[in-house]
Write a protein of this length. Structure first.
Length: 459
């Protein structure tokens, strides 16, 4: 039994939540087209849809927001954020954006041409969507251990170095405008990437003169995993580890809504001055001037403070142990999970839990619906709804290797009793799992369909 860690904070303000009855939940899900993204927040009891922008800010962040400088250009808030980014990431240039996908969009707009490839360990949904929207081809080259649910490999987010070398040789470096890696690997269970792997990936990209861009959404959690699991880093601080990580790269995209502990914001950081100038022009066209990037000055101050708070070791230990607690309780209840647990979420192997539902009938979506109906718990499907896509050459549907449901834990928001409730709901769902049926899609957009698709339950 994994012990739940004591929270390194005390609660100063509360938000009421309530559990509507089962009949109301069934009606709400029908009206949402069986897509939990369409539910109203007051229809949710425990919301584990995402950890992006859903956590609680600290008293220092709220106080810092009162100093927000709302000047259109050159605000003091911008310069405070610039100092934090320089301290942690060390890149020569950066632009703020309203969130991570805006940074991805701008990068793809200025650097990616139709038909080009972007390799990574595993692209998450918005990165993949922005690459595909520009006619590019996102390519996942994570190690094979990532797809083995019970494998104890400590760094299952690692890139397969041999696959990366072979891919570059096959495609040619001129067809790769930039290469990426995601830390931690969200699409593959929130699994970390080792420093050694990052070093090797950087070496391969640079050997072929391919710019190396890190998707840095959960960089602090990844740095702490390196401290805990990789030899030679046990005495280094998360900040020292983070600086070493980013010294290997040519740039980074980041949604600050994760490890910067804020409700909105992001940035794109680079070392290439010419690329930065093109990015700046695109930013001004789409987001705002280069010193605010679509954000209020108070948001910039909150990010600056949150970036530093997110590297606090006491907080990070609590964060990882809270996730491990939920994972341990679910595993003890017989629920198949991806192991070892990542930093921000627990990932359920829906394909294994519901083997009678084939991939084209979306077992992950079926599990998400069942969790909501049973107990008002909202998770998110990260399987065939989110990641299946037609092959650009053959048109045949390509399915992901895993059918996952993610339970993302908002930062500094839920207590042990909330997580225990989630486990109880899972136990009830598992007891009746043979009665759970699949779904068919009745509406879907061309890209990132999981956000707005509509479904109908199958008999």
């Amino acid at each position: 039994m994994t012990n739940h860690p004591p929270e390194p904070f005390r609660i100063k303000m509360v938000e009421p939540i309530s559990l509507i009855d089962r009949e109301e939940r069934e009606q709400a899900l029908r009206e949402a087209g069986y897509n939990v993204f369409g539910l109203k927040s007051n229809q949710i009891f425990i919301d584990l849809l995402t950890d992006s922008g859903t956590g609680a800010m600290s008293q220092e962040q709220w106080a810092g927001m009162m100093k927000g400088d709302e000047s259109y250009a050159g605000a003091r808030s911008y310069h405070r954020l610039a100092a934090a980014i320089d301290e942690i990431f060390g890149f020569d240039y950066f632009v703020p954006t309203h969130q991570g996908r805006a940074a991805e969009n701008i990068l793809c707009a200025v650097a990616l041409q139709k038909g080009q490839y972007v390799p990574s360990n595993m692209h998450f949904d918005t990165t993949e969507g922005n690459i595909r929207a520009r006619g590019g081809r996102p390519t996942n080259l994570v190690i094979q251990e990532a797809f083995k649910g019970a494998d104890p490999h400590p760094f299952k987010g690692n890139m397969d170095l041999e696959k990366l070398q072979d891919f570059i040789k096959e495609i040619g470096p001129k067809q790769i405008p930039f290469g990426m890696i995601t830390i931690t690997n969200n699409a593959g269970g929130g699994q970390p990437v080792s420093m050694e792997n990052l070093r090797q990936v950087a070496s391969i990209y640079h050997e072929h003169e391919i710019p190396f861009i890190i998707d840095a959404c959960r960089f602090a959690e990844n740095a702490f995993f390196i401290k805990l699991r990789e030899e030679g880093y046990e005495d280094k601080s998360p900040l020292e580890i983070a600086r070493e990580i980013f010294s290997l790269a040519d740039g980074a995209t980041m949604s600050a809504k994760k490890d910067a502990l804020v409700n909105i914001g992001g940035f794109l950081a680079l070392n290439d001055k010419k690329l930065y100038q093109r990015v700046s022009n695109e930013l001004i066209l789409r987001e705002g001037f280069i010193t605010y990037g679509g954000l209020a000055g108070r948001d910039l101050d909150a990010i600056a403070i949150g970036l530093r708070e997110g590297l606090n070791e006491e907080y990070l230990m609590y964060r990882l142990k809270q996730t491990a607690y939920l994972a341990g309780e679910l595993k003890s209840a017989g629920i198949p999970i991806l192991e070892p647990p990542g930093g921000h979420a627990v990932y359920i192997d829906a394909g294994k839990l519901l083997p009678h539902i084939p991939q084209p009938k979306f077992p992950g979506q079926a599990l998400v619906a069942a969790l909501y109906i049973e107990g008002g718990v909202r998770g998110v499907e990260l399987g065939s709804v989110a990641f299946a896509h037609p092959d650009p050459d053959t048109g045949e549907m390509v399915y992901p290797e895993m059918e996952l449901v993610r339970l993302a834990i908002p930062r500094r928001s839920y207590t042990q009793s909330h997580l225990d409730y989630v486990v109880d709901v899972f136990k009830k769902v598992a007891q009746g799992k043979k009665e759970i049926s699949g779904f068919k899609i009745t509406y879907q957009p061309e890209l990132m369909r999981h956000f707005t698709a509509q479904f109908k339950p199958l008999p």
